[in-house]
Design a binder for this molecule. Sequence first.
Ligand code: BG6
Length: 490
Amino acid sequence: TNNPKSIIVIFGATGDLANRKLFPSIYRLYRNGKLSENFAVVGVARRPLTNEEFRNNVMKSVEQFQEDDIDHESFASHFYYNPFDATDLEHYQKLNSFLLELDDQYQTEGNRIFYLAMAPNFFGTIASNLKSEGLTSTNGWTRLVIEKPFGNNFETAKALNDQIREAFDEDQIYRIDHYLGKEMVQNIEVIRFANALFEPLWNNQYISNIQITSSEVLGVEDRGRYYESSGALRDMFQNHMLQMLALLAMEPPIKLTPDEIRSEKVKALRALRPVNEDEVDDYFVRGQYDRGIINDEEQIAYRESNAVDENSNTETFVAGKLLIDNFRWAGVPFYIRTGKRMEKKSTEIVIQFKDLPMNLYYDQGENIYPNLLVIHIQPYEGITLHLNAKKGDYGTTSTPIMLNYDNTQKDKMNTPEAYEVLLHDCMRGDSTNFTHWDEVALSWKFVDIISNHWESKAAKQFPNYESGSNGPKDSDALLEKDGYQWWSVL
Ligand code: BG6
């Protein structure tokens, strides 16, 4: 088989992401036969650790998996640790010699992934040093995987991009947006482009509005320092939410290649109508959570969290109305909302279809239920179609019914995790589910106008929603003034 052979160098190997996501994902790939024995992982970080200590961390992070035929120790034997100072060129040279040895030992054909899973301040430096010290010149391929945040606005993102582009070509750069690795996010395209039932209706003649919601129960936890300079707009909206929007709005690609798909997404983002600074309040709502009760537990307010300013102006909730000025979508609002410390953890997309021009089956002349297509991204995975059908009685009114497809795997073990899918794609050289620079640039340009406005004008009413609620009232008002409501389904 053509299982990828490569060395994966993880910068930030003692961090949260490596332990919580990357090691388990590598394990699952290994277990599922998606990795050959020809792989090695080199963890680098500041902390001085021995190989043995590092391997113990790795084993701890895969403890949850117990299969008879996989020996955790032999899995962990592929892992090596290298204490590292990102600013010291000598460290790069030593690392390079070590990688050459491993390449020999594991027959990885000179293939290398450099995965930057650490604080972003060194992204640029590391990329340049990797090149200047020769770590990117091998006889195989070399790829750079880079985590968010990719800049803090268009300007800083561009500076970072220019810097890494000096060392890597665009097609060697894999910008992670882990939402693109989620099974049901990848399903958006299939649902759209593999069903005669939907694609003909997927436009402004039949769709009245589209809603994308991603709510979390968790608050800022111990990430106050990062989050204070980010907020929900930069943390979730600029990347995950706009990526889902692009997948929902894009034209059918002519082929399923990374270039074709990404260029359709870019086109959709290009058609986003920019919100002018004086219109921000008409199209966007910001929120910040207050105290409240979730699952019988008292929650503290955002402003009371660690490393958060007691008068913080940072938003933990965003709702927005977006318009796409192209032939397909003119006039169809896309409503997007995301927030922390909300009622439940859930990501859902609702496509609301227009009412029929004349419907004979009004329920007592009152309610008529629109057809909805709901794509459940997480934690429940599935698709629900809301239809109307006859009630089982003598009347002639209709009743809403639901057709449901449950994608939640019975055998949880086999549901690929986002990072697992993305790592595998990267090793195979498939960049479809990574964000191209053009997408990043357009997303920042759209978002910058809103964040500039919010930063220049402190929110008067923060905190403005209770922990455990569905966000500020203004978020409901945003839809009500268009005659719609947020569908909170299932
Ligand atoms: C991350 C954000 O990108 O996504 C976090 O930085 C957020 O603040 C997380 O909690 C949500 O991801 P998921 O997969 O749990 O929906």
